[in-house]
Design a protein around this ligand. Structure first.
Ligand code: ADP
Length: 601
């Protein structure tokens, strides 16, 4: 019988035969067949027992089992069905009947499995839909809501019960109702509405910005039955973007409101930003500037300036220098003649990474003009004052020294001495003012020549001796054996030394020590004037070379001075190719050092 059955089914299925119930169980567990056929009565294990045992194994709960019986016993049939058999076939049976019954059992099991898979997939989808924070809404092609996940409830404020069966138009604000037919029209033709930004309205009437994508829903036959919308809230994102835009336009407006022209170059030297003043200054609109390469930009700007080599160098700083602030003076010649102060500073982001260089072009034409006028005025006044002053000084001198004038009383002599000393102070002030105005306007004339520094000093010192004697100050002179020959203007070098030596005398108390040292060092002569005087704090030292600066102390209060001397002195040193520095400590004294280039031998 078993062989006959196997032969009947072998054309369509793989078959395996067991000779008794026990073996049948063992084979079933090992081979996991799609279907099991067994007899009611078998050696070692009867059919009912085999069915019952197999059903206790988890994986065998839906395996189709058909039992063959020799007689139609209703009670046995019921028992077998209870034990888990699905079909009952009476012997003898027709072969075709066997084939049909087997095929039916198998297709029933397949259908059940398919349904289970579908349910599992739907459950999975429902879980995903519920766990996403996006709003997922299903609707018919007429716009009637068919599904509404928890994301949609959170986003729009309606529960699914409130909206299912209603029109989706519910969440479209009045001004956007026309979007709905447009979307449905696209879906109807099988299209997808790509993500777009729009506005929807919540249950409480408030509006929210959303990003939405819509795709068609199809049935098992591929027919479009509705649309599925995925939306998420972008209100915050939009707000941030709006704020950013606002800040950007505010910054832009501030930069444009500046009186200075600004240009920002990236680390590769390319123009990245300019303000409107830049366009005004140079007659180049910002779109043009931003389309220029670094070399084109330099070429454009070069046409507008005099001494263009320095301009090309300055613009290259954006590539070569990430640290320093530079400042320089430039003369613009076209489209308008302007004197310009160009400053350039590195720009770093919040992480201190270099992001480029800002160039600020300030029109200083008027400022410079005023300065020039001021200088000319000071120079003119000083000149005018000098002549009557010389005359006053000369006549007082004459009264004091010329016997022909006649005898003077002690009081008259004393008063005239006071007048003479004040006339001298006035003269020195006028001379200082004149020097300052000449230095500012660049009109100072230097008659530089090789000069013997030792000789110059030895000729100068006698005029200081009475002053040192009067204050019982000790003067020490250290000159090199071989006299340094510097290249400078005799009058101006004398002026430098005079200023430093007279300051040392003025700001050193009686009994103090003053020292003048000269030495040669490579291509320069180094001169130092040091004293054991009142000294200067670090703060005072930082202002020392500023015009009219005088430190506030008892000595400056009682000693005459203009605060111009050191400023002039340093300018004179620098004009002659030297440098000047100061070292000082309050209460311990000061040392002023300067260098002058040695004359080429
Ligand atoms: P003036 O001596 O006419 O005031 P200067 O320009 O020569 O002007 O000097 C500026 C200021 O520097 C002085 O007022 C003084 O306060 C300070 N100063 C200059 N030299 C010395 C010095 N050797 N020791 C202490 N202070 C000094």
């Amino acid at each position: 019988m078993a062989r006959m059955i196997a032969a009947t089914l072998a054309k369509t299925y793989h078959t395996s035969i067991a000779c008794d119930g026990q073996e049948g169980l063992a084979q079933a567990l090992a081979l996991r067949p799609d279907l099991l056929l067994c007899d009611v009565s078998m050696p070692r294990m009867i059919g009912g027992q085999l069915v019952q045992t197999l059903r206790t194994y988890a994986d065998f709960d839906d395996m189709p089992i058909m039992v063959l019986a020799g007689r139609d016993d209703e009670q046995l049939r019921v028992e077998l069905l209870h034990a888990g058999a699905q079909d009952y076939l009476l012997k003898p049976f027709n072969r075709e009947e066997l084939r049909v019954r087997v095929a039916n059992l198998l297709s029933i099991r397949q259908a059940r499995r398919d349904i289970e898979l579908k349910i599992a997939a739907e459950n999975q989808l429902a879980t995903i839909m519920e766990s996403t924070i996006d709003a997922i809404v299903g609707k018919t092609l007429a716009g009637v809501i068919t599904s509404w996940n928890s994301g949609a409830t959170a986003l729009y404020g309606y529960s699914s019960d409130e909206v299912i069966g209603k029109s989706i138009a519910l969440i479209f604000p009045p001004g956007r109702q026309s979007e709905l037919p447009d979307i449905l029209a696209v879906i109807n033709t099988g299209g997808i509405v790509q993500r777009f930004e729009t506005v929807r309205v919540r249950k409480d009437g408030t509006y929210l910005d959303v990003s939405v994508a819509v795709s068609p829903i199809r049935d098992a036959h591929g027919r479009i039955t509705g649309a599925s919308t995925i939306a998420h809230d972008i209100t915050e994102q939009k707000k941030t973007a709006r704020e950013l835009l606002h800040t950007q336009s505010q910054l832009r407006a501030i930069i444009d409101a500046s009186q200075e022209a600004m240009l920002f170059l990236n680390p590769a030297g390319w123009p990245v930003r300019v303000n409107t003043r830049f366009a005004d200054f140079f007659g180049l609109d910002d779109t043009t500037v931003l389309s220029l390469s670094p070399w084109q930009l330099i070429a454009h700007l070069k046409e507008r300036f005099e001494a263009t080599a320095s301009l090309a160098r300055s613009l290259a700083w954006s590539i070569s220098d990430e640290e320093h602030i530079f400042q320089e003076y430039l003369l613009q010649v076209t489209p308008t003649r302007r004197e310009i102060d160009l400053s350039s500073l590195p720009v770093k982001d919040v992480h201190q990474s270099y992001i480029g260089r800002l160039y600020v072009w300030r029109d200083v034409t008027h400022e410079r003009e005023v300065e020039r006028m001021k200088s000319e005025f000071v120079s003119m006044v000083s000149h005018e004052l000098r002549t009557p002053l010389t005359s006053i000084k000369g006549y007082i001198d004459l009264i004091l020294t010329d016997e022909a004038v006649g005898d003077l009383t002690e009081l008259q002599r004393e008063f005239l001495q006071i007048s003479l000393s004040n006339a001298r102070r006035l003269e020195s002030l006028v001379n200082d003012l004149l020097d300052i105005s000449r230095l500012e306007s660049g009109k100072i004339e230097l008659h530089s020549e090789p000069l013997d520094l030792n000789l110059l000093i030895s000729e100068l010192l006698p005029s200081f001796q009475p002053g040192w004697d009067a204050k019982q100050q000790t003067f020490i002179l250290r000159l090199p054996d071989e006299a340094p020959v510097v290249f400078g203007d005799t009058g101006r070098v004398t002026q430098i030394l005079t200023n430093l030596l007279s300051n040392a005398r003025k700001y050193t108390p009686a009994g103090g020590r003053i020292m003048l040292t000269v030495e040669t060092d490579g291509a320069v002569a180094r001169v130092a004037v040091s004293d054991s005087g009142i000294g200067l704090s670090a703060e005072e030292q930082s202002h020392l070379f500023t015009r009219f600066y005088r430190a506030q102390n008892a000595v400056t209060e009682t000693t005459g001075g203009t605060g111009l001397g050191l400023s002039i002195t340093r300018s004179l040193v620098e004009l002659q190719g030297g440098q000047m520095q100061v070292e000082s400590e309050p209460g311990r004294g000061s040392t002023f050092r300067f260098t002058l280039p040695l004359a080429q031998s």
